[in-house]
Design a protein around this ligand. Structure first.
Ligand SMILES: CC(C)(COP(=O)(O)OP(=O)(O)OC[C@H]1O[C@@H](n2cnc3c(N)ncnc32)[C@H](O)[C@@H]1OP(=O)(O)O)[C@@H](O)C(=O)NCCC(=O)NCCS
Length: 183
């Protein structure tokens, strides 16, 4: 039987699941996400992610039992949004990161985003290729790591939608928290 993963907006009820997913991640993944060896998701970030605030797009992937991944983009001003994504280690390399990043960026563009910033550790340089279909990617390196900036077109292209669907090796749908399909 094909396992169905649901990608949907994060809601307050996801907090324990997000915390559990984070705890199950390796130190390497947590450092890559936060650029520090955090044991827990920063509480202010987490509260904001599940708040439904228009300037914070946060999506979770769940297998209906557990939260497997969280991706978010926060408006930092001037049409620019900051990207953050974490996929549980045992579910990496299954297309989920690509799907979530694409879905988050697509939603951010719908909310007026024109630019995206992502701070990566050098070991995650491959995310540049994931960002490539979303716009013009500019990358720079300094002592703090790899900084990616994406200049997005106002309307997501069809092939980006295709990329959202294609890489998942399990069933996946994008749903609102109440189970409906987004407009
Ligand atoms: C970065 C991250 C979100 C990617 O998620 P993912 O679900 O593994 O990504 P995908 O499966 O969509 O991978 C897409 C492509 O990226 C590349 N890639 C992914 N993980 C890789 C790895 N560990 N090494 C080399 N290439 C990798 C591959 O080309 C992959 O495609 P393929 O599997 O068909 O070869 C995940 O590794 C993660 O959570 N890392 C820790 C947090 C982090 O680094 N976040 C980014 C900064 S906020």
């Amino acid at each position: 039987m094909t396992e169905e993963l649901v990608v949907r907006k994060a809601v307050p009820g996801d907090v324990p699941g997000i915390e559990a997913m984070h705890s199950a991640c390796s130190l390497d993944s947590r450092i890559a996400r936060w650029h520090a060896p955090l044991r827990a998701v920063p509480s202010r970030y987490l509260a904001d992610a599940v708040s439904g605030r228009r300037e914070h797009v946060a999506l979770v992937a769940t297998d209906r039992r557990d939260v497997i991944a969280l991706a978010s983009a926060v408006h930092v001003g001037g049409g620019s949004w900051d990207l953050g994504v974490l996929v549980r280690d045992d579910r990496q390399r299954q297309g989920l990161g690509t799907s979530l990043v694409t879905a988050v960026v697509t939603e951010a563009v719908r909310r007026g985003a024109t630019g995206l910033r992502a701070d990566l550790t050098p070991s995650r340089h491959f995310l540049l290729a994931v960002l490539q279909p979303l716009g013009r990617v500019l990358a720079s390196v300094d002592g703090d790591g790899l900084h990616a900036r994406v200049e997005m077109a106002a309307t997501p292209a069809t092939d980006r939608t295709t990329r959202f669907v294609r890489p998942l090796r399990v069933g996946s749908v994008l749903r609102e928290p109440d189970g409906t399909t987004p407009r």
